[in-house]
Design a protein around this ligand. Sequence first.
Ligand code: GRF
Length: 199
Amino acid sequence: LKLGVLASGRGSNLQAVLDAIDAGRLDAQVVMVLSNRQDALALERAASRGIPSIYLPPSDYPQRPDYDRKLAELLKSAGADALLLAGYMRLITTELLEAFPGRIINIHPALLPAFPGLHAQRQAIDHGVRFSGCTVHFVDEGLDSGPIILQAVVPVLIDDNEDTLAARILKEEHRILPEALQRMAEGRLRIEGRRVIIE
Ligand code: GRF
């Protein structure tokens, strides 16, 4: 699996992917990391390993499809055959969806379809749910709405705040994201309507 990665922030999920590759648990290669934020720690993590890492300023592309076309072009030239959104805080357009049909994966810190969008952990706490978790899913044109690959559940404790819950969920993210990618690398994921069949 030749993975391109889009990330906007700290990049701990990218790190989990790199660690899984190092440990031989994930048969993949990260061929490029792109960010819409210059200060994204994800860029540093990749650059320190010699992975091509590029900050692409959104302000240079007032039209979002133009931005995504540029991303697709860079990713293709790096040889990416799948795309991972690892804390990428922008919606993607059809330019990217069509460049990697059925090959874009996102990680979301809630049990979708509950709590899509921003601040999923805060949404879970405010709603008073007793369990939350994380979801690895294929990306479609909606917001956190594509076919679900893997999920993991964590309890929401009575004295949790957004940060303590986020930390508990993040541990599970780091576990199931490489797992899902490995299934993709093995060619075991098949999308059937809304569902993902794991063969
Ligand atoms: C994670 O919670 C992920 O689920 C969400 O954004 C956060 C990114 O964290 N999409 P990191 O940049 O991977 O550390």
